[in-house]
Ligand binder design. Structure first.
Ligand SMILES: [Mg+2]
Length: 195
C-alpha cells in the first residue's frame, strides 16, 4: 500500500478528547451485560427491561460527563488540524445530549459529529465508514484516534490502518501497527509527520 497523506482524522470522545471518570467494570456489572457490548446488549432486551437499563446507563453517563475535563493540548491540536485544512469527525457511542454538552463546555467544533442515535456503534466499522463517505475521503487518507479496543476494532473493520491510541496505561495490549501515545503533544508530533 502506498503511503498517502492524511486528509481526515476521526476522534473518539470519552477518554480521548476528554477525560471522563467512567468505571466501566461497575457499569457492566450493574447492567449485567454478560460480556456483550453495552449498547447491543441493552438494545437486544425486551421492554420494560430495555428502558430500565437505558436509564441506568444514562445516569452513569450523565454523572461522568458532568466531571469531564478537556485533555491537555487538545484545543491546540484541533486548531492545528483546522489550520492545515484536515477534516475532523467526532464519533462516540455516547448520546447526542452528552456530546453537545461537552462541545459547548469546551468550545470545540468538528466537521462531522456522530453519536449513538445514528444506530452505528463501535466496535463495528459502520460509524467510521459513514464518516469516510460523508467527508469524501478514503480509508487510506484517514486516521483514527481513540483510547480503547472498540476504537481499534472499528478502525480495522473500516480498513483504516493508521490508528493511534491515547493512553497512559502502557500495559494495555494492542495489535502490532497501532501507535500508542501518552500525550496529545506526542500525538500532534506524529500526526504532523503524515499530513
Ligand atoms: Mg473512549
Amino acid at each position: 500500500m502506498s503511503v498517502k497523506r492524511i486528509k481526515g482524522v476521526i476522534f473518539d470522545m470519552d477518554g480521548t478528547v476528554v477525560d471522563v471518570p467512567y468505571d466501566w467494570k461497575r457499569i457492566k456489572q450493574e447492567l449485567q451485560t454478560q460480556g456483550e457490548p453495552i449498547l447491543s446488549h441493552i438494545q437486544s432486551l425486551r421492554e420494560p427491561e430495555r428502558s430500565k437499563k437505558w436509564a441506568i446507563l444514562e445516569r452513569f453517563e450523565e454523572e461522568a460527563t458532568a466531571q469531564a475535563t478537556l485533555k491537555e493540548g487538545m484545543e491546540k491540536f484541533l486548531a492545528f488540524l483546522k489550520k492545515k485544512r484536515i477534516k475532523t469527525a467526532l464519533v462516540t457511542n455516547n448520546s447526542r445530549k452528552n456530546l453537545e454538552f461537552l462541545l459547548n463546555k469546551f468550545r470545540l467544533s468538528f466537521d462531522l459529529l456522530l453519536s449513538r442515535e445514528a444506530g452505528l456503534w463501535k466496535p463495528s466499522g459502520a460509524p467510521f465508514l459513514f464518516v469516510l463517505k460523508n467527508l469524501g475521503i478514503r480509508n487510506t487518507e484517514c486516521c483514527v484516534i481513540g483510547d480503547s479496543h472498540f476504537d481499534v476494532k472499528a478502525a480495522e473493520s473500516a480498513g483504516i490502518k493508521r490508528i493511534f491510541v491515547l493512553t497512559q496505561k502502557m500495559e494495555r495490549q494492542f495489535s502490532t501497527g497501532i501507535e500508542i501515545v501518552s500525550t496529545v503533544k506526542e500525538l500532534e508530533d506524529k500526526i504532523s509527520n503524515i499530513l
